[in-house]
Design a binder for this molecule. Structure first.
Ligand SMILES: NC(=O)c1ccc[n+]([C@@H]2O[C@H](COP(=O)([O-])OP(=O)(O)OC[C@H]3O[C@@H](n4cnc5c(N)ncnc54)[C@H](O)[C@@H]3O)[C@@H](O)[C@H]2O)c1
Length: 348
C-alpha cells in the first residue's frame, strides 16, 4: 500500500473556480483596490527584488513566457502565453498559472490559476500608475480593445481613480457589445463608440488594450491632445505595438523595468537614447510623475514579474479561514529525506 504523503508535501492550489469564488466573496472592486495597494507597496521596495527581463519563447503565432522574481524571502514565477490569433480558435489570448515559494527551504507555498489573476493585477497596475500620472479629477476613460482584459481595466479605474464614464471601441463590434453588457450594472456610464477617434472624445485617460502581432497604429499623433494619460497595455512583445511613434516623441514615458520594456514595449520603436522613467522612481521621490495639466503621460506597460509576485502574495494572504483552495500533493517528501527511492518502492 502506498503510504500517505507527508504534511510537508501538501500546498494550497487555487483553481479557476476557487479564484472566481474568492473574487466574488470579497467583491471585485475591493479586490482591485487592495491589489493596487499591494502592487504599489512592492514597487516601493523595488531595490529588494531580483529583476530580469522575462524569458520569452516566440513563435509565429505568439509567445510563451516565464516571469520569475524574489524579494529574498519569497520567490514567484508565472507561466503566461500571448497568442492574438487564439480567440478565433476559441482559446484565450492570454492564459496563465503561477507559483509562490519560500526562499529558505525552496518549498512551494501555493500554486494558482493566473488567467483571472493576471487580468486583475494588470488592471491594478494600470490604476496604480494612473494614480500618479493621470490628470487630476480624471472622470472619462477611453477603452480601446474590448477583449478579455477590458472590464477589469474599467473597474480598476473606477475603484481607484474615480472614473465615471468609459467609452468603448473595438474593431469587432461584438466585443464592445459584450463589454457594455458586462459593465451595465457597474455604476459606470458606458458609451459604445464606432471609432477610436470617437472613443477618445473628452477622455482624460486612454487605455489601449488590443491584441495583434503587428506594429499597429491604434492611436496616431493627431488624435492625442494635451492633458492626456495614455495607458498602453497591448504592445508587449517585439514587433507588437499600438502607438504611432510620433506620440512617444511628445510624451513623458514611464515604464516598469526598463531593460524589459526596451525589448517589448512601445519604446522598442525609439532609439536607445529615448528617455524613460522607471515608475518606482515616482513613488520613491527620485523622479516626478505628472508635473502639469497639459502634459501627455504614457505608461508603457508590458507587465512585470513583481506585479505577479504581489498578486500571488495577496491571494495567499486571503486563504486562511476560507475554503477557496484544495490541498495538492505536489512534492515528493519522504520521512527520511534521503530515502526518496525507498518511498518510490513502497508504492510498488
Ligand atoms: N501589459 C500587460 O501587463 C498585459 C497583461 C495582459 C494582457 N496584455 C496584452 O493586452 C492585449 C489584450 O489582451 P486581451 O486578453 O484583452 O486580448 P483579447 O484577444 O481578449 O482582446 C483583444 C481585443 O482587441 C481587439 N482589437 C484588435 N485590433 C484592434 C484594433 N486595431 N482596434 C481596436 N480593437 C482591436 C480585438 O478585436 C479584441 O477584442 C494583448 O495584446 C495582451 O498581450 C498586456
Amino acid at each position: 500500500m502506498p503510504s500517505a504523503p507527508s504534511q510537508l508535501a501538501y500546498i494550497p492550489f487555487v483553481s479557476v473556480e476557487n479564484m472566481m469564488r474568492l473574487v466574488h466573496n470579497f467583491g471585485i472592486e475591493t479586490v482591485l483596490l487592495e491589489l493596487t495597494d499591494a502592487v504599489e507597496a512592492d514597487y516601493r521596495r523595488w531595490d529588494l527584488f531580483e529583476k530580469s527581463p522575462r524569458l520569452a519563447s516566440h513563435s509565429k503565432e505568439g509567445v510563451i513566457e516565464l516571469m520569475p522574481t524574489s524579494d529574498g524571502e519569497a520567490f514567484s514565477f508565472k507561466y503566461v502565453n500571448g497568442h492574438p490569433s487564439n480567440t478565433a480558435k476559441g482559446f484565450q489570448t492570454v492564459a496563465a498559472f503561477g507559483l509562490l515559494a519560500r526562499v529558505d527551504t525552496g518549498y512551494p507555498l501555493m500554486l494558482t490559476e493566473m488567467t483571472l489573476l493576471t487580468a486583475l493585477r494588470t488592471a491594478a497596475t494600470s490604476a496604480m500608475a494612473a494614480r500618479y500620472l493621470a490628470p487630476e479629477h480624471s472622470r472619462v476613460m477611453a477603452m480601446i480593445g474590448n477583449g478579455a482584459q477590458a472590464e477589469f481595466q474599467a473597474l480598476a479605474m473606477k475603484a481607484v481613480i474615480g472614473v465615471e464614464e468609459v467609452r468603448l471601441y473595438d474593431i469587432d463590434r461584438s466585443a464592445t457589445e459584450k463589454t457594455a453588457r458586462n459593465l451595465a450594472d457597474s455604476g459606470l456610464r458606458i458609451v459604445s463608440c464606432s471609432s477610436a477617434q470617437d472613443a477618445i472624445e473628452g477622455a482624460q485617460i486612454i487605455t489601449t488594450c488590443t491584441a495583434d502581432k503587428a506594429y499597429a497604429t491604434i492611436l496616431t499623433d493627431n488624435m492625442v491632445g494635451p492633458g492626456i494619460h495614455i495607458n498602453a497595455i497591448g504592445g508587449d512583445c517585439p514587433g507588437k505595438t499600438e502607438l504611432h511613434k510620433d506620440i512617444l516623441a511628445r510624451a513623458e514615458t514611464f515604464v516598469e523595468f526598463e531593460p524589459q520594456t526596451r525589448i517589448e514595449g512601445e519604446i522598442q520603436q525609439m532609439d536607445a537614447s529615448y528617455p524613460v522613467t522607471e515608475f518606482w522612481k515616482v513613488l520613491s521621490g527620485d523622479a516626478e510623475g505628472r508635473t502639469n495639466a497639459r502634459q501627455i503621460t504614457l505608461f508603457d506597460s508590458v507587465g512585470f514579474a513583481t506585479e505577479d509576485f504581489s498578486a500571488l502574495r495577496y491571494v495567499y494572504s486571503k486563504l486562511p479561514g476560507t475554503d477557496y483552495f484544495q490541498h495538492i500533493d505536489i512534492l515528493a517528501d519522504p520521512d527520511d529525506p534521503r530515502d526518496l527511492f525507498g518511498m518510490l518502492q513502497r508504492a510498488a
